[in-house]
Design a protein around this ligand. Structure first.
Ligand code: GLN
Length: 491
């Protein structure tokens, strides 16, 4: 059954010609037709383009000259510019924007033969933890609590990517992570996702949120599928000055390394009073799986973690306020009329941006303003150095760290919307990795008492995604997580 395919499984079936790229693509397009009205995981679906790409993939497979992803249907977060295909960042201000170019990451996927089903929904400009800030409506999590069919959020900001993959509407998806937007939705939707090291994937053509924190990465059902996707997405790009000029390792091979002899750190600061006991239990379970697989567990301390969230919510809005200054109604996207130029700018931005984006612009402008710059922005940058220093210190002693991904399972749609601080608290375990630029992966580990998935997070040394994959794979193998969400494509 096509719905049961992992990306790796579909790839093998395509190469053996057990299934054609067109069959796969048509299957997913039909599934999207059926379930997208329920889940709202896609903002734009591109069936004609997908079928044309599938026909080309089948021709390549018939000739025997396939790439690593030939014939694999994917969802692309609507933050990656796609040439000739509308790219909205889930904002009214970019609603009519059709990029004249392709982002490097999506171009790399196309080079390797992938098929694009459409553009996945997200929080507006990737700001959020619930996917409820999208101007195109919220995404619904395909999971529901046992015996309770109230709608839950898929997490954010890559909620559309995560919901699409979890509901079997695509074999994998691109995503971005500025403070947790790959790992938290992966955790909420019971799938895997990795934020690579800052600089591993090019940011060129990805709509910018906070440039020193933004990083692209994959979301998929398995650790190996993420490894395959990252292998195509990553790589040096002269068009992004922060892109790392390093060879791309064989990430899929790294999944098979095992964890024997690895030292896994347990940061004692990653405990929060508000955290349900079952998340602590799951964390201990993960550690004992790794111990059983031959790893050594070591207690470590990251003393500046407690400042992570507070400093992230200074640095990220500061950079966002600067990046979003370009949306003035003149150069990109939507334009509102005005009596004069200033009026036009003001009306465009007032009507084009949603409430959360405006909140971030105001916070960012405030912390960058004369008189406050030193007190907030410069101080946050100093603390950021200390957060990185903490990680550097512990990575002298351990190979990777294990923590929970998020302090809760998926919450209800509409919950936490009235209190931005409660929403921001969701990122407590994920933001330190962005502040330090290190890689982090979420892997599904089990279910809570309500039957909702919980993820564990593996953090690694800069540019050592290989160890992250090896550890995540060991957890996946031990967890045997096979439960499926209640809303999913069948057949
Ligand atoms: N939830 C975080 C925020 O709202 C992270 C978002 C992201 O990683 N893009 O900023």
């Amino acid at each position: 059954m096509i719905s049961d395919f992992t990306l790796a499984g579909a790839r093998a079936a395509l190469r053996q010609r057990d299934v054609s790229a067109l069959e796969l693509t048509n299957h997913f397009l039909t599934a999207i037709d059926t379930l997208n009205p329920v889940l709202n995981a896609f903002i734009t679906v591109t069936p004609d383009l997908a079928r044309a790409q599938a026909a080309a993939a089948d021709a390549a497979l018939a000739r025997g000259d396939h790439g690593p992803l030939t014939g694999i249907p994917l969802a692309i977060k609507d933050l990656f510019c796609t040439q000739g295909v509308r790219t909205t960042a889930a904002s009214r201000i970019l609603e009519p924007f059709v990029p004249p170019y392709e982002s490097t990451v999506s171009a790399n996927l196309l080079r390797d033969g992938a098929i694009f089903l459409g553009k996945a929904n997200l929080d507006e400009f990737a700001m959020g933890s619930s996917n409820a800030t999208s101007a195109f409506g919220p995404v619904i999590n395909p999971w529901t609590r046992a015996g309770d069919n109230r709608q839950l959020v898929p997490g954010g900001s890559s909620g559309g990517s995560a919901a699409a993959v979890a509901a079997r509407l695509a074999l994998g998806a691109t995503a971005t992570d500025t403070g947790g937007s790959i790992r938290q939705p992966a955790s909420f939707c019971g799938i895997a996702g990795i934020k690579p090291t800052y600089g591993r994937c090019s940011r060129w053509g990805v709509v910018a949120f906070a440039s020193s924190l933004d990083q692209a990465g994959p979301i998929a059902r398995t650790v190996e599928d993420c490894a395959i996707l990252l292998g195509s997405m990553a790589g040096y790009d002269a068009k992004d000055s922060t892109s790392a000029n390093l060879a791309v390792p064989d990430f899929a091979a790294a999944c098979r390394r095992g964890v024997k002899g690895l030292r896994i750190g347990v940061p004692r600061e990653y405990r929060s009073d508000d955290m349900p006991a079952e998340i602590e239990t799951m964390w201990q379970q993960g550690l004992s799986w790794l111990r059983d697989a031959g790893a050594e567990i070591v207690d470590v301390s990251l003393p500046h973690t407690k400042y992570g969230l507070a400093t992230y919510y200074i640095v990220a809005p500061a950079e966002a306020s600067s990046n979003l200054a370009r949306y003035d109604g003149v150069r990109y996207g939507a334009r509102s009329q005005g009596a004069d130029l200033i009026d036009l700018y003001e009306n465009t931005r007032a009507e084009g941006f949603g409430a959360e984006v405006k909140r971030r612009i105001m916070i960012g402008t405030y912390v960058l303003s004369a008189g406050y710059y030193d007190a907030y922005y410069i101080r946050a940058q100093k603390v950021r150095s200390l957060i990185l220093q903490d990680f550097t210190n512990v990575f002298a002693k351990v190979d990777a760290l294990l923590t929970p991904t998020a302090p809760s399972a998926a919450f209800g749609l509409g919950e936490r919307m009235d209190d931005p601080l409660k929403m921001y608290f969701n990122d407590v375990f994920t933001v330190p990795a962005n502040m330090a630029g290190i890689p982090g992966m979420s892997v599904p580990a089990g279910l809570d008492a309500n039957g909702l998935p919980l993820g564990l997070q593996v953090l690694g040394k800069p540019f050592d995604e290989e160890t992250v994959f090896a550890v995540a794979q060991a957890i996946e193998t031990a967890a045997q997580f096979t439960t499926q969400p209640s809303i999913r494509a069948k057949g």
